[in-house]
Design a protein around this ligand. Structure first.
Ligand code: ATP
Ligand code: MG
Length: 259
């Protein structure tokens, strides 16, 4: 991997990865699949649907098969984007009381984080042949801020295209289950966030939104019945990913870079 003065290292959660930063190559960078050697897989769905569990399991499996995997998430994935995540998900109670986040500000924060993530992690890693396993991406913006908050889908699509420099996933897993089941699973979690306080009606709109997005484009989005056991779901994901790996096997094997 070539290095330049923009190189940096960062860490979040279980992942430590090193990626050479590159200056933004303008709006067209990464917008065509032919420019990149890697594979971009995203995990979408409502709260508690099992995205993080399955993203990590798939990443582990792919690593065990010798692939270079970058495990990341949105909002977040770079140092600046992770700071934006905190503002987005965990503004202090005092801040929320005096200056609650409005939907437009949510979008602005998400897009600010996404632009950093795409330019400084996703595009460089994809260009170098990584398999990106990303917990949430642009479909969440459409589902939460579009269907959930009622902002214009057309505008959100255009803004997200701009912030992501045209980057779209090769494959998306949409984890679907009843809202009540997802929220029940979330109760086990210790990292409560702002969205946990949203109404059930909001989460229902988000779920319906995701399902409506999954109708088009069908080939990219695979809807997963997330009510099943974690093991059964993991097996299904591997069967979906396997043919894509075969396609690019030679370019993606560890010859490239192991983190
Ligand atoms: N298939 C499953 N069956 C039962 N419990 C599960 C399953 N998958 C994950 N869980 C549990 O449900 C909880 C939520 O899972 P996870 O954090 O992976 O969901 P998530 O979609 O990432 O949630 P969030 O949107 O809040 O980040 C965790 O406690 C996890 O262990
Ligand atoms: Mg999660």
């Amino acid at each position: 991997m070539d290095r330049n003065p923009f190189s940096c290292e960062y860490q979040w959660g279980r992942l430590r990865c090193t990626v050479a930063h590159r200056k933004s190559q303008g709006p067209a960078a990464g917008s065509t699949r032919s420019r990149r050697k890697g594979l971009f897989v995203t995990f979408e769905g409502i709260e508690g649907s099992g995205k993080s569990t399955q993203a990590h399991a798939l990443a582990q499996y792919l690593r065990s098969q010798g692939f270079w995997v970058v495990e990341t998430r949105e909002p977040g994935g770079t140092p600046v984007a992770e700071q934006i995540r905190e503002v987005f998900l965990r503004p202090s109670r005092k801040l929320q009381a005096v200056d609650p986040l409005i939907p437009e500000c949510e979008v602005a924060l998400i897009l600010a984080a996404r632009s950093q993530h795409v330019a400084n992690l996703l595009l460089p890693a994809l260009q170098q042949g990584a398999i990106i396993v990303c917990d949430r991406f642009a479909d969440s913006t459409l589902a939460y801020q579009g269907f959930g908050r009622g902002l214009s889908l057309r505008e959100l699509r255009s803004l997200t295209r701009w912030a992501a420099q045209g980057l779209t996933p090769d494959l998306t897993f949409l984890f679907d289950l009843p809202v009540s089941q997802g929220l029940k699973r979330r109760l086990k979690s210790t990292d409560a966030n702002r969205l946990d306080h949203e109404t059930s009606a909001f989460h229902q709109r988000v779920r319906k939104g995701f399902l409506s997005l999954a109708k088009h484009p069908r080939r990219r989005i695979h809807t997963i019945n997330a009510s099943r056991s974690a093991q059964a779901i993991s097996r299904q994901l591997i069967t979906v990913v396997a043919p894509l790996l075969e396609e690019g096997l030679k370019t993606r094997r560890l010859a490239l870079k192991q983190v």
